[in-house]
Design a protein around this ligand. Structure first.
Ligand code: HAM
Length: 418
């Protein structure tokens, strides 16, 4: 017997049913906000992620499924969608004509993290990316969209939104200098990982979950107090528009993101219901990324949410049932099997969910199956009924049974189903 690869998983049964519900809510919501779908490759040149996400990030340093293809090309299974879509945006010259482009995507991502509850090596994201404007109203709209996705997927009451501004190339270097000075003074109190981060990526230390480091960083200078005038104005505007969109949020001064491309607005949707994996969705502005990956200077913003985590939250709240048939057809071999197949076709042409047991065993066994299937109606195609051009219809809710003309049966069931 073979077993699945560590960190990868199978999704079926009620989880798949919840998955389908959530994905459908996502698609509807994306369309309401006027986003178009972008289907991206799962494999990219490794360089796209090294440059896009940043060479000192956890993802690039230790989490990519990267390998050399048979022709010597260095490739990686995508750990996220943003660098990928920026590559596609530049390669397909989607900046011509210069207008705002709003895309959404859904699909698997791959990170070789330590698997634990809510954290997998193949997980699924739904995300959006918008190119072409740095207007703060867009930041607010994108955050509003993430919020709306949670509401429409049925988990709005289980999540909260946190926002922050992490500055721009004008104000961040000065702040980083201050932060570094402070952290160096306290380096003996930091964990091993953070000592290493000091020279490479000091802002990430603010995100460390180690209690000792938290003690140090609680007193550290924060970016929000060192923003330049433009960043302050941008952040103030974003907050005003969020109020207008009716989004509830709190400002988390300690939030830094684990990917290097962010500037200004950063946000995370968090939950207290999933243990330590508390982020269900996150994103931010990345105004320099298109240029970094070889395109013109075009601003962008987006987010991605964890579908696995959304589904886990929904399943904590309610049991999502698998789809049930409307009609179960009982037929008998060499008597009514061909008529039954014809009925299946008629029903399905009308979009009525229909099912039969092709093994066509004894009536009692088939009745039991019909019962288990949860179908609303069971049709019995017995020899006597068939001779009279009729079918026996049992209403599985009321238990009542009646005879209906076969050529009227689809209309009869449609009416009953309303
Ligand atoms: P991220 O914060 O790395 O951002 O991931 C976004 C979401 O993906 C997380 O909040 C979490 O729900 C889910 N996620 C991440 N890793 C795992 C995992 N190992 N298992 C299960 N779920 C996971 C990004 O990926 C950015 N590309 C978001 C973005 C888009 N920023 C701008 N545009």
């Amino acid at each position: 017997m073979y077993r699945k690869v560590k960190g990868f998983r199978d999704i079926f049964g009620s989880e798949a049913a919840a998955w389908e519900r959530v994905e459908r809510a996502f698609r509807d919501t994306f369309h309401t906000f006027s986003f178009s779908e972008f289907v991206l490759p799962v494999l990219e040149r490794t360089e796209v992620f090294n440059r896009g996400i940043g060479s000192t990030t956890d993802i690039v340093e230790k989490e990519m499924f990267a390998f050399e293809d048979r022709d010597g090309t260095q490739v990686a299974l995508r750990p996220e969608g943003t660098a990928s879509i920026v590559r596609a945006y530049v390669e397909n010259k989607l900046f011509n004509p210069p207008e705002v482009k709003k895309y959404f995507y859904m699909g698997p991502m791959f990170r070789r993290e330590r698997p634990q509850k809510g954290r997998f090596r193949q997980f699924f994201q739904a995300g959006v990316e918008v190119f072409g404007t740095s207007a703060p109203a867009l930041d607010a709209e994108v955050i509003h969209l993430l919020d709306t996705l949670a509401v429409n997927a049925g988990i709005g009451d289980m999540v909260t939104m946190e926002i922050n501004s992490i500055g721009c190339p004008a104000c961040r270097p000065g702040y980083q200098e201050k932060l570094l000075n402070y952290l160096r003074e306290h380096s003996s109190e930091l964990c091993e990982d953070c000592v290493r981060r000091l020279d490479r990526n000091p802002m990430r230390i603010l995100d460390c979950k180690n209690e000792k480091c938290k003690g140090v960083t609680s007193e550290a200078p924060v970016m929000l107090d060192h923003l330049c005038g433009d960043c302050v104005e941008h952040f103030d505007n974003v907050k005003e528009y969020l109020d207008d969109f009716g989004v509830e949020y709190s400002v988390n001064k300690m939030m830094v993101r684990g990917l290097d491309y962010y500037v200004r607005t950063a946000f995370e949707m968090v939950t207290t219901s999933l243990g330590s994996q508390n982020a269900v969705g996150a994103g931010g502005r990345y105004d320099g990324l298109v240029k970094l990956l070889g395109g013109p200077e075009i601003p962008g913003i987006g987010f991605a949410l964890g579908i696995d985590r959304f589904v886990s939250l929904l399943m904590l709240k309610e049991e999502v049932e698998e789809q049930k048939a409307d009609v179960f057809v009982i037929a008998f071999k060499d008597v009514s099997d061909r008529k039954a197949v014809q009925l299946l076709r008629w029903f399905r042409e009308k979009g009525i969910k229909t099912l039969m047991d092709y093994d066509m065993r004894a009536m009692k066994k088939q009745m039991k199956k019909a019962d288990q299937s949860g179908a609303r109606f069971t049709l019995i195609l017995g020899e006597d009924e068939l001779e009279k051009g009729e079918v026996s219809v049992k209403d599985m809710h009321s238990g009542g049974q009646e005879l209906v003309q076969i050529d009227k049966i689809t209309d009869y069931i449609s009416d009953k189903l309303g």
